[in-house]
Design a protein around this ligand. Structure first.
Ligand SMILES: Nc1ncnc2c1ncn2[C@@H]1O[C@H](COP(=O)(O)OP(=O)(O)O)[C@@H](O)[C@H]1O
Ligand SMILES: [Mg+2]
Length: 279
């Protein structure tokens, strides 16, 4: 059930692996044993009910909090990511739910926000514009009229696109998207999902936080389910059904998982859940 961490056709380790991650906020045990495998070329969905720990988990991976315990492996090597710039240096980018775009700046300036290209002490506008255009073109983004328009004038889907394009400017290896379609209508959701798929097809590891099963089953190769701060299971999308995933989300368990086939994600769904479902 739970997929083995190492079994990848090229024999390469996953881009990211988390084993037994824990995080407390004072008395709140937000993460109580989370495991995740994210591979290059794949979309890994991270799902779970409200409060399950999804946002906390990605903030730990991104170095905003750091895990209190557990192991993080990046391309097979143990790492400690203690601040966001370390995560960025490794090639980890996160697109948060609020997107953190500046409405009064244009698309180019938003894509380079905080990491502007300079020529001497001046901004290198031409280089930034060329690179922004190149990245948007490489992502087949055609819905934006001009990359010099202010982001205030963009639709929700276009804003999401700009935030995602910003994340892939930097030789990224792992891009984490927190609920990118939550605020979007049907057509824009479809555009963003196609973009998510293209990121993976371009060789990135993509982690897609979502609680929309349509989105998840449309684009994800693998689905990681969090339940009350623990990983219930990570399953291959093609080997699982919506009803199975929904059962994992609501009860934290299904059939027994990971029975002894190599270095499976150890998980462990029943030791804390007591059969209760979240309200
Ligand atoms: N900064 C924080 N301080 C205290 N508790 C927090 C903090 N952030 C998250 N939590 C708690 O951790 C749990 C997981 O929250 P979160 O990661 O936001 O879940 P999700 O993103 O899956 O909805 C919740 O019980 C939440 O109240
Ligand atoms: Mg969240």
């Amino acid at each position: 059930m739970t997929e083995p961490a190492q079994a990848n056709p090229q024999g390469r380790p996953p881009i990211l692996e988390v084993r037994g991650g824990r995080k407390n906020f004072g008395a709140v045990h937000a993460l109580r044993g989370v495991d995740l495998v994210a591979r290059a070329g794949e979309v890994t969905a991270l799902v779970g009910d409200n409060g399950a720990g999804k946002s906390t988990m990605i903030k730990c991976i991104a170095g905003i909090y750091g895990f209190d315990a557990g192991d993080v492996l990046f391309e097979g090597q143990p790492v400690h990511i203690s601040d966001p710039s370390e995560a960025n240096d490794m090639g980890i980018e996160v697109v948060y739910q609020d997107l953190a775009l500046c409405d009064n700046l244009d698309i180019v300036h938003n894509m380079f926000l905080g990491r502007e290209l300079k020529k001497g002490i001046q901004l290198d506008e031409a280089a930034m514009e060329a690179r922004a255009a190149e990245v948007l073109a490489s992502l087949s983004v055609r819905t934006v009229r001009s990359i010099r328009q202010h982001v205030a004038s963009l639709s929700g889907g276009q804003r999401q696109t700009v935030a995602i394009a910003r994340a892939v400017l930097w030789n990224s290896k792992l891009v984490i998207l927190d609920e990118p379609t939550a605020a979007l209508g049907v057509a824009q959701t479809e555009q963003v999902l196609q973009l998510v798929r293209r990121l993976a097809d371009a060789g990135l590891a993509v982690v897609l936080v979502s609680h929309n099963m349509n989105d998840v089953f449309e684009v994800a190769d693998s689905i990681n389910v969090l339940y009350l701060g623990q990983t219930a299971a990570q399953v291959r999308t093609k080997d699982s059904s919506r009803s199975e995933v929904i059962e994992l989300i609501t009860s934290g368990s299904m059939s027994p998982v990971g029975a002894g086939s190599g270095p499976a994600l150890s998980k462990t769904t029943t030791d804390s859940a007591n059969g209760s479902t979240p309200a």
